[in-house]
Design a protein around this ligand. Structure first.
Ligand code: AMP
Ligand code: GLY
Length: 426
């Protein structure tokens, strides 16, 4: 049976999903709302914002959309999935209650504590004064986090007391994340490498994807401010299948069970971000959606028809499916606007993508672009250059070659994506 599919969102994740779905023989019409300068090459862009639930429902009903796929977390937090369910519409993503695991870090922390899921020891505060006292008492290093959604920028790992005080003031006094900063989490600083875990979930069954590793800070060597993500590798070569099974048993399953037992079974993609500490994996945060830029690497590795997977999740039939992945490695390097994650200029002309995609194994996904008279920048994260290779080094070399074909004024990127794994001998 063929399907009309709508993807909601306008970033690199959505371009990667659209690119993969466009290859499905079962997809009839493919739309992206609102999409970007890249999604228009593989789907039809619809000028409806990801938060305009009424507008999206109208579009879905008028255009006989069989499946809607939610990309961003804010649509989930607004309860888009609940509205679709109430109208009998099929949608991939968790309800507002299940997505609370992402939109309230305080909820996630309490759930982990109750279920004995490994995470950094923490305290939750609603009052600035009390939080400040605690930080001063505890000292640095320490991590200060806004509880609510903050575009991936609300967590401040602080090496000094001054940094922690400044972070708390930004969140609770300057209110840079508005009501997302009503509550703060203050937690122990954890050492170790970070990995991203992703699980397709149908409410009862879950299937893990390969591991991936994002690189959050803006600068090489993990220096500088946190961003939405500067690049990924997948799979992470030093994570053994035994380690992954342990993560599934200790973290993924108990979280999904707790949500289901609480009356909110999770359908969609659960994405815990972990620190691999000397005393084992610990959860930094949960996301209720696919990661960006992780999805760029994942879609390059996925062999199975993505529509089959999404349908199985929505229909509660994941247990009947085997998901296959290509061997080898995928990686993604994000090209960002000068100034990001702070202020940056938009509408800067972009050149060289066609040449970049001539490099074997390379596909360029668009993150923040728009197409008017020509392709221009339209966001902080602009392009996601992906490459596959038999080895991680081959993928890195290909991505590097492709990046050198692309230019836009003040383009920045990290030159060390994957370097940690290479340094470990992979
Ligand atoms: P989060 O949004 O909670 O995933 O945090 C964003 C980033 O901040 C993470 O990817 C880590 O790099 C860093 N981070 C968060 N929590 C901690 C922690 N407890 N210890 C060290 N780094 C952390
Ligand atoms: N990879 C970061 C995020 O999607 O939140």
């Amino acid at each position: 049976m063929v399907s009309n599919v709508l993807i909601i969102g306008s970033g690199g994740r959505e371009h990667a999903l659209a690119w993969k779905l466009a290859q499905s023989p079962r997809v009839n019409k493919l739309y992206v709302a609102s999409g970007n300068g890249g999604t228009r090459n593989v789907a039809e862009n619809i000028a409806i914002e990801a938060t305009d639930i009424k507008g999206l429902v109208r579009f879905v009903e008028e255009n006989t959309i069989d499946l809607t796929v939610v990309g961003p977390e804010n649509s989930l937090a607004l309860g888009m999935v609940d509205v679709f369910h109430s109208r009998g519409l099929r949608i991939f993503g968790p309800t507002r209650a299940a997505a609370k695991i992402e939109w309230s870090k305080a909820f996630a922390k309490r759930l982990m504590l109750a279920q004995n899921i490994p995470t950094a020891p923490f305290q939750i505060f609603r009052k600035y004064g009390k939080a400040l006292d605690y930080i001063r008492e505890h000292g640095a290093p320490i991590v200060v986090k806004a509880s609510g959604l903050a575009l991936g920028k609300g967590a401040y790992p602080c090496k000094t007391l001054g940094q922690a005080e400044e972070a708390l003031a930004e969140i609770m006094l300057k209110r840079v994340y508005k009501e997302a900063g009503d509550e703060v989490i203050i937690e122990e600083f954890l050492d170790g490498q970070e990995i991203s875990i992703h699980a397709f979930c149908d409410g009862k069954t879950s299937i893990l994807m390969p591991t991936s590793q994002d690189h959050k800070p803006i600068g090489d060597g993990d220096k500088g401010k946190n961003t939405g993500g500067m690049g990924t590798i997948a799979p992470v070569p030093w994570v053994s299948s035994e380690m992954l099974q342990n993560i599934e048993r200790q973290i993924v399953k108990p979280t999904l069970n707790a949500l289901a037992e609480g009356g909110s079974p999770f359908i969609g993609c659960l994405y815990p971000g972990l620190k691999m500490t000397p005393t084992g994996p610990k959860v930094l945060e949960f996301n209720a959606r696919l990661g960006d830029p992780e999805t760029a690497s994942y879609m390059r590795l996925l062999k199975t028809d993505l529509l089959d997977i999404l349908d199985a999740c929505v229909d509660g039939k994941l247990a009947e499916l085997t998901i296959k992945w290509h061997s080898g490695f995928a990686m993604c390097v994000v090209l960002v606007s000068g100034g990001y994650p702070g202020k940056y200029k938009k509408q800067i002309p972009i050149f060289g993508i066609t040449e970049a995609e001539k490099v074997p194994g390379v596909v360029v996904f668009h993150s923040g672009t728009m197409y008017g008279d020509q392709l221009r920048t339209f966001g902080g994260r602009v392009l996601e250059v992906t490459a596959i290779g038999k080895t991680l080094q081959e993928a890195l070399n290909r991505a590097d070659k492709a990046i050198h074909c692309i230019r836009f004024k003040n383009m920045q990127y990290r030159k060390d994506i994957g370097a940690k794994a290479i340094a470990m001998g992979f």
